[in-house]
Design a protein around this ligand. Sequence first.
Ligand code: ADP
Length: 613
Amino acid sequence: MIIRGCSSQPTSAPRSCFSTLFLLPNSNRYSFKKRATTLKHELDVVSCRFNSPPTNFRIQALEANKLDGVKAEGSRTNLQYDHLTWPSPSDKVPFWKREFPSWDISDSGHVDIRKDSDPIHIIHVTAEMAPIAKVGGLGDVVTGLARACLTRGHTVDVFLPFYECINKQHVKELTLISTYGSYHDGSWIPTNVYRGVVFGIPVVFIEPTNHFFKGQSVYGGSYDELEAYLFFSRACLEWLQVSATQPDIIHVHEWQTAGLPLLYWDMYQYLSLQKPRIVLTIHNMEHYGECRQEQLNKCGLDGSVYSTEEKAMDDRTIGHNPERLSLLKGGIVYSNAVVTVSPTYLKETLNSGWLAATLIRHRDKYFGILNGIDTAIWNPATDAFLPAKFDANQIEGKKICKLYVQRGLGLAPEAQDSAKVPLVVCITRLVAQKGLHLITNAIRHVEALNGQMIILGTAPDARVGSEFEGLARLHNEGPSIRILQMYSEELSHMLYAAADIVLVPSIYEPCGLSQMIGMRYGAVPLVRKTGGLADTVFDMDDQSHSEIANGFVFEGIDEGSLNCTLDRAFSFYHEKPNEWRDTVKKVLQMDNSWNNAAGKYIDVYNNVRVKHH
Ligand code: ADP
């Protein structure tokens, strides 16, 4: 990666310048012989007794070694199945809300990863962090990248709003360290600052004593989000000043913290902060951070100063009255380096979209770095939420996971190998970007192909939510489709593990983690060729790239393109079981970890940091 050396200033930053809505059949309980000799036998029993009277059951001494000739993974695992309490749709506590062994991967850094010779101090300023404040991929990326940089010997802190919804049990060593004042709209808001540790990452929590960040979810509280995140951006800089902390890099993410570079270069540089340089990662260009001048005024900047095309004027509003600002555009102009989350998305964003002109102007400091996934958080061999663990060498646990999910959700379990049913899983925010018409079409087509499909998603838009509620009412009592409108980290892990196919039919997708996580859990991806999906999934039927082929890809945004590809994937699954198994093993072994990508970020950090201060 060639990165031009950067001057201390950004290239042209002008200096002053579900209700658990799945209506499951509550009579579908299973009864099983206490001791089944083979899983096939077990499956036959499941199938015969699918409508038998309710009873909880346990499978004892499942001989997983007879599954498809795969060798048993030893007594430890069989013992594990001995004690498996199989779920049922009528369980009082749904299986994804059971108590799980503690989920802490703090110490699971990669010991064999070499330390970088020249440590950097990086502070992420972000609206999301997995798992305590995660809505989508942003939360995963911050946690994964921070952990990878820590492993390589760098100093990393994450600054996060102290959302009321954060489950404090997940934060170790949580301590109030100070209360200071941070500016908002003419007054100084008493602000508490806490320290804590999440998955081994030091986190600074910023808690204003006003109404900001109160509510039951990360986004959508009863406060002005734009003003709250502008406040947060300034409060982070203010805390660095108060605590006399000067990191090498302040790494901001998305529109929520894209106002920070403006505050840094036009305010805090004139106060006491001089050393930090700013890196902005854009995870999704469609969220501009549209901002009125008077909103920007509230954080102490003069909004009128930024109202030019070269600075932060929102190009979509030129000629409108009033013209408005885009925090994301301002962040691009004022940051020392701008990164987006895949090489293909980088090209796409230079070719189209309202920010293309700005990105072209700043091309020299604009990079595409493919996201990784945190392979300790996402590890089917150790995952605390899975009823059975597995990896590429010991794959039979995946079948247990599939059966477990099928039983738990009341889906018809597979009767025998000759009647295998491919399970398609789609875990996503239910928003237009994700290809909603393709997802709803997939429900119909998978059902027509006698497959099974589970959708786990949340819809921020009430109309989309009610459309999927209608589909849930239509399908959720049948044997093959479940539409679960809710957010559940635990269930997402189980679904990736259960899935034969992970579906990502996005209209556009900056990177996409779902397909990478799916592969990590042995699910073959079926994706639309766009953005990061095009950089990570290569079609099985493309002979020119057979060595990297790992899934099924379609290009059109029409239902026909998706249907053909589902047909191809289902035929492959049914007609070439050995090749399918090889593909599952291949995707399980792929390295989409953060280590490689973190190295590219460290190159960026090194090129913009001030070496001798
Ligand atoms: P985006 O960031 O656009 O939402 P990504 O594919 O990059 O899409 O990341 C989505 C992340 O959020 C993945 O970790 C996915 O498993 C998770 N996710 C999405 N919806 C849900 C949900 N309803 N419940 C649990 N996890 C979800």
